[in-house]
Write a protein that binds this ligand. Sequence first.
Ligand code: FES
Ligand code: FES
Length: 153
Amino acid sequence: MNRIELKVNGVRVQRDVEDNQRLIDFLREDMRLTGTKEGCSVGECGACTVILDGKAVCSCLLLAAQCDGAEVFTVESLRHDKVGQRLQTAFVRHGGVQCGFCTPGVLMSAKALLDKNPTPSDAQINEALEGNLCRCTGYVPIIKSIKAVLKSA
Ligand code: FES
Ligand code: FES
Protein backbone atom coordinates (compact mmCIF):
# COMPACT_ATOMS: atom_id res chain seq x y z
CA MET A 1 0.00 0.00 0.00
CA ASN A 2 1.09 3.55 -0.74
CA ARG A 3 -0.48 6.71 0.59
CA ILE A 4 -0.77 9.22 -2.23
CA GLU A 5 -1.89 12.81 -2.28
CA LEU A 6 -2.85 14.42 -5.55
CA LYS A 7 -5.28 16.87 -7.07
CA VAL A 8 -8.08 15.39 -9.16
CA ASN A 9 -10.17 17.85 -11.14
CA GLY A 10 -9.04 20.63 -8.81
CA VAL A 11 -9.81 18.78 -5.57
CA ARG A 12 -7.02 17.62 -3.28
CA VAL A 13 -7.40 13.94 -2.34
CA GLN A 14 -5.45 11.50 -0.19
CA ARG A 15 -5.87 7.77 -0.68
CA ASP A 16 -4.15 4.49 0.02
CA VAL A 17 -3.45 2.63 -3.22
CA GLU A 18 -2.03 -0.81 -3.97
CA ASP A 19 1.45 -0.94 -5.51
CA ASN A 20 0.01 -2.28 -8.76
CA GLN A 21 -3.12 -0.14 -8.98
CA ARG A 22 -3.27 1.71 -12.28
CA LEU A 23 -4.25 5.34 -12.56
CA ILE A 24 -7.31 4.42 -14.67
CA ASP A 25 -8.59 2.10 -11.93
CA PHE A 26 -7.91 4.69 -9.26
CA LEU A 27 -9.93 7.26 -11.22
CA ARG A 28 -12.81 4.97 -12.22
CA GLU A 29 -13.12 2.85 -9.09
CA ASP A 30 -11.80 4.88 -6.16
CA MET A 31 -12.81 8.33 -7.45
CA ARG A 32 -15.94 7.11 -9.29
CA LEU A 33 -14.94 9.13 -12.35
CA THR A 34 -16.14 6.70 -14.98
CA GLY A 35 -15.95 9.11 -17.93
CA THR A 36 -12.42 7.86 -18.63
CA LYS A 37 -12.78 4.70 -20.74
CA GLU A 38 -10.64 1.60 -21.03
CA GLY A 39 -10.21 0.16 -24.52
CA CYS A 40 -6.99 -1.67 -25.25
CA SER A 41 -5.27 -1.46 -21.82
CA VAL A 42 -1.87 -1.29 -23.50
CA GLY A 43 -1.45 2.34 -24.57
CA GLU A 44 -2.69 1.91 -28.13
CA CYS A 45 -6.19 3.40 -28.30
CA GLY A 46 -6.14 6.58 -26.20
CA ALA A 47 -9.64 6.02 -24.77
CA CYS A 48 -8.14 6.35 -21.30
CA THR A 49 -6.43 9.71 -21.92
CA VAL A 50 -6.35 12.15 -19.01
CA ILE A 51 -4.27 15.27 -18.44
CA LEU A 52 -1.48 14.77 -15.91
CA ASP A 53 0.52 17.85 -14.96
CA GLY A 54 -0.50 19.50 -18.24
CA LYS A 55 0.23 16.54 -20.51
CA ALA A 56 -2.18 14.15 -22.20
CA VAL A 57 -1.27 10.64 -20.97
CA CYS A 58 -2.70 7.13 -21.11
CA SER A 59 -4.03 6.37 -17.65
CA CYS A 60 -3.89 2.63 -18.38
CA LEU A 61 -0.09 2.80 -18.51
CA LEU A 62 0.54 4.63 -15.25
CA LEU A 63 0.40 3.44 -11.68
CA ALA A 64 -1.59 5.55 -9.26
CA ALA A 65 1.43 5.55 -6.94
CA GLN A 66 3.45 7.31 -9.66
CA CYS A 67 0.99 10.21 -9.52
CA ASP A 68 1.72 11.20 -5.93
CA GLY A 69 1.90 15.00 -5.85
CA ALA A 70 0.52 15.38 -9.37
CA GLU A 71 -2.49 17.20 -10.77
CA VAL A 72 -4.88 15.14 -12.87
CA PHE A 73 -7.83 16.25 -14.95
CA THR A 74 -10.40 13.85 -16.36
CA VAL A 75 -13.15 14.43 -18.91
CA GLU A 76 -15.54 15.26 -16.05
CA SER A 77 -13.58 18.49 -15.48
CA LEU A 78 -14.51 19.86 -18.90
CA ARG A 79 -17.96 20.97 -17.84
CA HIS A 80 -16.33 23.54 -15.54
CA ASP A 81 -13.91 24.82 -18.14
CA LYS A 82 -14.57 27.31 -20.95
CA VAL A 83 -12.48 25.50 -23.56
CA GLY A 84 -13.92 22.20 -22.38
CA GLN A 85 -17.48 23.44 -22.77
CA ARG A 86 -16.73 24.77 -26.25
CA LEU A 87 -15.15 21.48 -27.25
CA GLN A 88 -18.11 19.45 -26.06
CA THR A 89 -20.61 21.70 -27.84
CA ALA A 90 -18.59 21.61 -31.06
CA PHE A 91 -18.26 17.81 -30.98
CA VAL A 92 -22.03 17.44 -30.72
CA ARG A 93 -22.70 20.06 -33.39
CA HIS A 94 -20.18 18.79 -35.94
CA GLY A 95 -20.58 15.03 -35.46
CA GLY A 96 -17.27 14.53 -33.64
CA VAL A 97 -19.13 12.11 -31.35
CA GLN A 98 -20.65 9.00 -32.83
CA CYS A 99 -20.56 5.88 -30.62
CA GLY A 100 -18.74 8.06 -28.08
CA PHE A 101 -16.28 5.48 -26.79
CA CYS A 102 -13.19 7.36 -27.93
CA THR A 103 -14.66 10.77 -27.13
CA PRO A 104 -13.45 11.32 -23.53
CA GLY A 105 -9.88 10.56 -24.59
CA VAL A 106 -10.10 12.64 -27.75
CA LEU A 107 -11.52 15.58 -25.81
CA MET A 108 -8.69 15.41 -23.27
CA SER A 109 -6.05 15.29 -26.02
CA ALA A 110 -7.70 18.30 -27.66
CA LYS A 111 -7.92 20.15 -24.35
CA ALA A 112 -4.23 19.51 -23.57
CA LEU A 113 -3.33 20.83 -27.01
CA LEU A 114 -5.47 23.98 -26.76
CA ASP A 115 -4.19 24.74 -23.25
CA LYS A 116 -0.65 24.81 -24.60
CA ASN A 117 -1.39 26.23 -28.03
CA PRO A 118 -4.69 28.07 -28.54
CA THR A 119 -4.07 28.43 -32.30
CA PRO A 120 -2.73 25.06 -33.48
CA SER A 121 -2.10 24.32 -37.14
CA ASP A 122 -3.76 21.36 -38.87
CA ALA A 123 -0.53 19.42 -38.48
CA GLN A 124 -0.40 20.16 -34.76
CA ILE A 125 -4.03 19.03 -34.33
CA ASN A 126 -3.26 15.80 -36.19
CA GLU A 127 -0.18 15.24 -34.08
CA ALA A 128 -2.13 15.79 -30.84
CA LEU A 129 -4.67 13.15 -31.92
CA GLU A 130 -2.07 10.59 -33.01
CA GLY A 131 -2.64 8.44 -29.91
CA ASN A 132 -6.43 8.44 -30.13
CA LEU A 133 -8.13 5.77 -32.21
CA CYS A 134 -11.65 6.36 -33.49
CA ARG A 135 -13.41 3.61 -35.40
CA CYS A 136 -16.51 5.62 -36.26
CA THR A 137 -15.87 9.12 -37.50
CA GLY A 138 -12.97 8.87 -39.93
CA TYR A 139 -11.52 11.77 -37.90
CA VAL A 140 -12.79 14.50 -40.24
CA PRO A 141 -15.68 15.54 -37.94
CA ILE A 142 -13.35 15.41 -34.93
CA ILE A 143 -10.91 17.79 -36.59
CA LYS A 144 -13.77 20.00 -37.77
CA SER A 145 -15.04 20.16 -34.17
CA ILE A 146 -11.66 21.22 -32.83
CA LYS A 147 -11.30 23.83 -35.57
CA ALA A 148 -14.75 25.20 -34.75
CA VAL A 149 -13.49 25.88 -31.21
CA LEU A 150 -10.54 27.83 -32.63
CA LYS A 151 -12.92 29.98 -34.65
CA SER A 152 -15.20 30.64 -31.68
CA ALA A 153 -12.34 31.61 -29.31
S1 FES B 1 -7.01 1.85 -22.71
FE1 FES B 1 -5.28 3.07 -22.44
S2 FES B 1 -4.51 3.40 -24.42
FE2 FES B 1 -6.18 2.02 -24.72
S1 FES C 1 -16.94 7.87 -32.03
FE1 FES C 1 -16.92 5.69 -31.95
S2 FES C 1 -14.83 5.20 -31.69
FE2 FES C 1 -14.84 7.34 -31.99
